[in-house]
Every structure is written in C-alpha cells, then in structure tokens.
Design a protein around this ligand. Sequence first.
Ligand SMILES: Cc1ncc(COP(=O)(O)O)c(C=O)c1O
Length: 372
Amino acid sequence: MSVTTRPELSVGENITRLIPYCPGKPIEEVKRELGLTEVVKLASNENALGPSPRALEAMREAISRVHHYPDGSCHDLRAAVAAHLGVPDDHLIFGNGSDDIIHLLGVTFLRPGDEVIQADVTFTRYEAAAILNEAHCHRVPVRDWTHDLEAMADRLNERTRLVFIANPNNPTGTMVTAAQVRAFLRRVPERALVVFDEAYYEYVDRDDYPQTLEYVREGRNVIVLRTFSKIYGLAGLRIGYGIARPEIVSFLDQVREPFNTNLVAQAAGAAALDDAEHVRRTREMNAAGRKRFYEAFDALGLSYAPTEANFVWVDVGRDSRAVFQALLQRGVIVRTGDIFGAETCLRVTIGTAHENEKFLGALKEALTDSGF
Ligand SMILES: Cc1ncc(COP(=O)(O)O)c(C=O)c1O
C-alpha cells in the first residue's frame, strides 16, 4: 500500500487574516432547509424589479456569441458609459463587478506598510484589499452612522495610499455631502488616492450629494466606482466600472486580467444604461418602500439611519442574529449587523410592496411573539 505524504503548504500571515466574504443566504437554500414555499430575499441590495427588459433582450442576443472571447477593452460598453457620463473613454476601467476594481486598486497601489483609511462600519472588501497587500487599515468610527470625514482626515499621513469612501455607505445607507467632501479633499496629501464608491449613486436624490466626477475632470487623485449590480439589476452578471484620469486607469489596466468582464455582461450593461424607464420605476418603488419602512419602524419604536440607498439600517435593540432567525422561519432573509460589528442592527433591502409587507409583518411578529 502506498502512503501519500502531504507536502507542507504555507501561506503568508496576511492570507490567514483574510475573512471569506459572507454572502446573503440564497432563497433556494432557505426554502429547502425550512420547507417554505415563499421566501423573500432582502439581504443583498439587489433590484427587486429584476433586470432591465432592454438588458434582457441584449443578453439573449449576446449568448449566441459566447464561443468568442469577450472584447477585453469593452469597446462598445466603454463608448456607452463615456457618452452617458460625458467623460472621455480613456477615463474608464471595467471590472467583474466593482468588487474586482476594489481588488485591483489594492494590488496596483498598495505596498507592504502602506496605510488605508476607511470608515467603521463600511463595505468589507476595502479592508480585505488592505490585508491582502500587507497594508495597514485604519477604521475610523462613523458618527451618527455616517462617515466622519474630519476624523478620517486626521488619520491621513505620508504613508496613506488609499482612502475608501462609500457614498452612500453600505451597510448604513447614509451619505456625506458635497461640502464635507470638498473640505476633506483639501487635506488629502498628494500621494493618496481617494476612492468614492458610488454603488448606489442612481438612488440618491439629494441636492447636496457630491458630484465627484468633477474631481476626476480636474485631474485629481480620485477614482469613482459605479456598478450595474444595483439599480440596473445585473448583480448576477458581474459588471462594474471606475472613472479616473487616464494615468490611474492605465495602471489598473496593466494589472487586470485580460478578459475580466464577460461578453454577456458587456452587452447587458450597455443596453441597461439606455433604459431610463426601468431606472425611473425602480427609484419610484424604492422611495415608496423607504417611506413605508420609516413609518413602520417609527410605529415599532425602532431607530434607523436615514438612507439614500435601496436598504435601511435598523437597530432592533436586541441580538440581531435571533431576530434574523425568527425572520428566516417566516420566509424573510435579511442581513445581520454582527458581520459589521453592530450586534443589534439589521440591514434590510427595500423590495417590492409585497416583499416589504411580508418583511414588516414578520418583523412585528418576531419582535412581539417570540419573547425577546
Ligand atoms: C458599497 C459597495 N461597493 C461595492 C459593492 C460591490 O458591487 P459589485 O456587485 O459591483 O461588485 C457593493 C455591493 O454590495 C457595495 O455595497
């Protein structure tokens, strides 16, 4: 009998510190596990109206061409996004979701010992990029669930390389204003690159929201991230992009995989951009759902952060994991705050009117019936 010896494999200490991303629970898994027929998922800030019909049509056409490699330069999508935003096409970098660009930013710009600044709480992939590249990540506590840009500016120094500002923030839905961003940028040293992650940009309807593309046009060390995963309803395709001056884009281009966005996603993205009606309907649904959530949370005496996005961060005042389980039993999947270090908070995506009512009914039952 032969004995197989296992050769020893070791990885860097930084790799052992990476925590795998914890995605929202899939609907089918919950149905199977709990024997439920109807399950609603309000856990991943997806668009409950689904993909844009125009994008669906473009996808159907594109699948007949998938024996070909995609256009690595994203020519057609690039032209569509450039026209949509009014920026030159050499100001764009595309990725397999904006996650891919966050990863690329880390690999491209961070060296061991560099520093990264982010809020605490915020999107978890920024810290992962820092850890992977052996940079130190400063987590600056949010104030009133909002990025505290003054405190973040106090952490800037000559070693700061990347600053991540999710605006609106995930998981809190809050935003920083144009005036706050302007004041912050005055304090940023030359060597640092500021990343405005605007995954929920299309949901915002506040006049004081910063127009960060102006900083890109001024040639500053700024990159703006946007995605087709949220309002455009294409999360499953994985396509997002960054807008920055050409020098920054070409560094990222040197590092990215040659075919880091797929052919179907490129076609769908370009078509979705044209679908103003789908965006309008989604915004309308979201505004109505947000109002309904606020009323219901007020009636239940729960505090929440004011949201500019398609989800609400609500403090349920008790262990959110227990509330999560009680909601799950009733066929509703949300996100617990513990993964963000906020034990009593839940993040719930705003869905269709039907999904919202199912969630609110289940929440009321969970908070009143289960003896918490
Ligand atoms: C703030 C923020 N940035 C980036 C992402 C990643 O989006 P994508 O699907 O484009 O990778 C998300 C997704 O939830 C997000 O909330």
